[in-house]
Design a protein around this ligand. Structure first.
Ligand code: SF4
Length: 341
């Protein structure tokens, strides 16, 4: 009997190649709708790119299948919309994946965004050109999305990305109208046909916020320092491929990181020392002096919180004294404790 295990092994290696390659040279249109400049920054930094959580072979297989499926849906949609739309330019499924027409390429030089529209067509009666984006998704997600804006307002960052992607194409091509075609991968629970056509219009106000996020990421790339994290959410940060690089967590919840190598070295040394040693005392007061006025910060593995406090002096001295109280928590040690609880 012939052993075919080599075929699945080969597929696995193709889908999950060792070595992570290089980060993209531009922001990807499919990612700019994510609500975090820090994420956009990490997509362009080789060290962060190398450390990101990989999709894995099974998830990559699923995504490739979705992409192949989208080309078939597009051909079906062209047929369905043909009486009202003309001048179609669309991606087709070729022997080596989707074959993009150069007219579908999107490149915004000023914002440094790249992408590829699934299709362009013209509405016969209004003469308007429409940008079309096809997505396949689980029936659970498909049932939740009933307007294009549901992508924008979703808690999952990758769904926010879909809205930003189509908005980027509209903005870049100077178009007003877009169309999402959504297919559920499984049968809809209410028995509906698993295909939806959702119109979308260029949303200037929304896209201005996207531009601001991109500009912040561009500035951070020039400065070599990531923007601050956003408030932590399970469906957003919890599923972010850069979570381990970023260090955001429910306990630090978007607290800005402080980059102070000397202070971090001292905090690590303080951690190694015994609390009753004289070096500990000296370092502890030096660190706390430097952290006076810092309300919240993450420095390496340490989560620092501080606040201004007052204390009443003895009745004979009858006065109030103000002081700064700093608390230093080792998040790595806390995480270890949590795991072994
Ligand atoms: S974990 Fe959250 S804050 Fe950090 S990069 Fe990802 S989305 Fe942004």
């Amino acid at each position: 009997m012939i052993d075919y295990s080599f075929a699945t092994e080969r597929l696995k290696n193709r889908l999950d190649p060792k070595g992570q390659g290089n980060p993209p040279a531009s922001f990807q249109a499919s990612q700019i709708g994510r609500p975090c400049s820090r994420y956009l920054y990490f997509t362009r930094v080789p060290e962060a790119w190398a450390l990101r959580k990989p999709f894995g072979a099974a998830a990559q297989y699923e995504m490739n299948r979705g992409s192949e499926r989208e080309s078939l849906i597009l051909e079906k949609a062209v047929d369905l919309l043909a009486p009202d739309f003309q001048d179609w330019i669309f991606q087709r499924l070729g022997p080596y994946g989707r074959m993009g027409d150069p007219r579908l390429q999107c490149y915004d030089q000023a914002l440094d965004i790249r992408g590829r529209i699934d299709a362009l067509c013209t509405h016969k009666s209004t003469g308007k050109t429409v940008a079309v984006e096809v997505k396949t998704m689980s029936v659970h997600t498909w049932e939740r999305i009933n307007r294009a804006e549901d992508f924008r307002d979703a808690a999952d960052h990758y769904l926010n990305g879909y809205y930003g992607q189509l908005q980027a194409y509209l903005y870049n091509f100077g178009l007003e109208d877009g169309l999402f075609i959504l297919e559920a991968k499984e049968r809809a629970s209410n028995g509906d046909l698993p295909l939806k056509f959702l119109p979308v219009v260029l949303d200037f106000e929304y896209f201005q916020a996207v531009i601001d996020r991109i500009k912040l990421a561009q500035f951070a790339l020039r400065a070599g320092k990531p923007p601050d994290p956003i408030a932590y959410t399970e469906k957003g940060c919890g599923r972010c491929p850069y979570l381990t690089v970023c260090g955001n967590s429910p306990s630090t919840n978007g607290t800005a990181a402080m980059y102070d190598a000397d202070l971090l070295e001292k905090l690590n040394r303080r951690e190694e020392l015994k609390a009753d040693s004289s070096e500990y005392e000296k370092l502890d007061s030096e660190i706390k002096e430097r952290l006076k006025g810092v309300g919240k910060a993450v420095i390496g593995n340490f989560y620092v919180t501080g606040e201004k406090r007052t204390r009443q002096m003895k009745a004979t001295e009858a006065r109030t004294q103000e002081f700064w109280q700093t608390k230093i928590e080792n998040m790595a040690a806390k995480e270890n404790e949590r795991q072994f609880d």
